[in-house]
Write a protein that binds this ligand. Structure first.
Ligand SMILES: Nc1nc2c(ncn2[C@@H]2O[C@H](COP(=O)(O)OP(=O)(O)OP(=O)(O)O)[C@@H](O)[C@H]2O)c(=O)[nH]1
Length: 495
């Protein structure tokens, strides 16, 4: 994901600045200019970037920096806050309530991924116990109804549409009425795609909206539209009351900065992002963890949620225990590979950890990555229990490597490559040693209000020391306002 590049550039700019012996206005400006360039080349709207730069300069107190303490943290925090501000319009989107019918209308440009996203949105809620239904009010694109029907059938979601009726308003109203009678609690209306210039289609969208009175209008935007995002999002907002944004194709080569512009243009939050063509490649969008990840600070909260979601329940405590001991063995890697192959999205899990990025499973190259994982697993099948459970890197000597290669019918070079991958992952996990893995209970506690005492129990000792012990932690938490941010901020532990 190109957003990761943006994050990398920002982190490097901050790192570069904090390496300077004296931080004066010139050094700070250089850092901010580099960040500005990074944001602009990621397609964030110029005005937004300029405002951000101005705000950071107003917030960051050069005298604090000159004192030399926590330079990196002060700047990183200011940038973190500004990026969050850009992505947070200040009011949450309408949240539908289970059991009570809500009408959600989807709008967006042609090919933005609207129809796919409607199904993903329905499927996501269905898995959580909702009763969603899909209405195809796109009579403009031939084949739109078939596409929706196909997606809906695959996901076992009821749908409504017509091959013969050409009035989208009529279909939308009939569909909504039908599903209300069937006690569906999430009635999703897919509308025709359009280009900005198409006044007639905009008018149609307005009429569908007036007739169905949606509780929420979601604007679906392709993340690759770049600088055009602001104007397009604004054009939609002027025609219908857009209340939320979903950004699609975040897995591709898009620069992604357009998402920030869309939020600014519609004054509505991004609620989900699409990360692939498949039904479950769809993630809830949460501003702070997202920005945390963007700045390479890791997203511990998201990581834990994902672990709970994708690792089988009976394996969770054991896995978490082993990870917190810093003992990342080949067997753990093997078990995680099994989970990847079974459930797919653990690549997302790893991408939430600092250092992991998407190296193991680059998006868009899943097939290749899956084949690689299967290859690694075949080689591991030729290993002994001692080898799989060992934490001694010296154990894997030449003769063992040759035996594994022979046994699995692979080349020595490939076994070495697999062991390198293992070493890379083990090295990252060794940094996490001592981290008290938060349990579900802790997570709930966190969302209420975790205090410094709880926090200090979760952090690895050396990280706590870096912050300045309990005193440092308390003042840091006060500065940051909320403990939820802390979880995201400390994921990285590299400050
Ligand atoms: N890689 C990737 N592809 C996506 C994503 N979302 C949608 N697509 C693909 O984008 C293409 C267009 O998606 P559609 O859902 O047909 O787009 P649409 O906006 O409904 O199109 P119209 O009905 O013409 O307006 C399809 O090939 C989808 O599979 C995503 O998050 N990632």
């Amino acid at each position: 994901m190109v957003l990761a590049e943006l994050g990398g550039r920002i982190s490097r700019a901050i790192q570069h600045m904090s390496n300077a012996t004296i931080i004066d206005e010139k050094v700070l400006n250089e850092c901010l200019n580099e960040i500005t360039r990074a944001l602009l080349s990621s397609d964030v709207q110029f005005q937004l970037v300029r405002d951000m730069q101005k705000n950071i300069k107003a917030i960051v107190n050069l005298e604090d920096l000159a004192a030399g303490h926590n330079k990196r943290r002060i700047i990183q925090q200011a940038i973190f806050n500004e990026l969050c501000k850009m992505l947070d319009p200040g009011k949450p989107a309408f949240t539908p309530k289970k059991g009570k019918p809500s009408i959600i209308m989807f709008v967006g440009l042609q090919g933005s991924g609207k129809t796919t996203t409607c199904t993903k949105y329905a499927y996501y809620h269905q898995k959580k116990g909702w009763k969603p239904a899909l209405v195809c009010a796109d009579t403009f694109r031939a084949g739109a109804f078939d596409q929706l029907k196909q997606n809906a059938t695959k996901a076992k979601i009821p749908f409504y549409g017509s091959y013969t009726e050409s009035d989208p308003v009529k279909i939308a109203v009939e569909g909504v009425e039908t599903f209300k009678k069937e006690n569906c609690d999430l009635i999703i209306v897919d509308t025709s795609g359009r280009h900005k210039q198409e006044a007639a289609l905009f008018e149609e969208m307005r009429q569908v909206s007036e007739a169905t009175k949606p509780d929420l209008v979601i604007f679906v935007m392709d993340s690759s539209i770049g600088q055009a995002a602001f104007d397009q999002a604004q054009a939609f907002k002027q025609s219908v009351p857009v209340g939320a944004v979903i950004v699609t194709k975040m897995d591709g080569h898009a620069k992604g900065g357009g998402a920030l512009s869309a939020v600014a243009a519609t004054k509505s939050p991004v609620i989900f992002i699409g990360t692939g063509e498949h039904m479950d490649e769809f993630e809830v969008f949460d501003v702070k963890p997202f920005v945390s990840r963007l700045l390479g600070m890791g997203d511990w909260t998201g990581f834990m949620d994902k672990i709970h979601e994708v690792v089988p329940v009976d394996q969770q405590p054991e896995l978490l225990q082993k990870l917190s001991e810093g003992n990342f063995t080949l067997r753990i890697m093997y078990e995680q590979f099994q989970n990847i192959l079974k459930m797919g999205p653990i690549g997302q899990v790893f991408s939430m950890l600092p250092g992991f990025s998407a190296e193991l499973m680059p998006k868009g190259r899943e097939k290749e990555s899956q084949a690689k994982i299967k290859r690694y697993m075949t080689m591991m099948d030729s290993m002994t229990n001692e080898e799989l459970d060992s934490t001694n890197p010296k154990l894997m000597n030449e003769s063992r490597i040759m035996r594994i290669a022979r046994g699995s019918g692979r080349q020595v070079r490939e076994v070495m490559e697999m062991l390198e991958e293992y070493k890379r992952l083990a090295k990252i996990w060794s940094k996490m040693k001592g981290l008290k893995i938060p349990t579900r209970g802790d997570m709930n506690m966190r969302s209420r209000n975790m205090n410094a005492q709880h926090m200090s129990k979760i952090l690895p000792p050396q990280m706590l020391k870096q912050i300045g012990g309990m005193g440092g932690l308390q003042s840091l938490m006060k500065q940051m306002g909320s403990s939820k941010d802390m979880m995201g901020m400390f994921g990285g532990g590299d400050s």
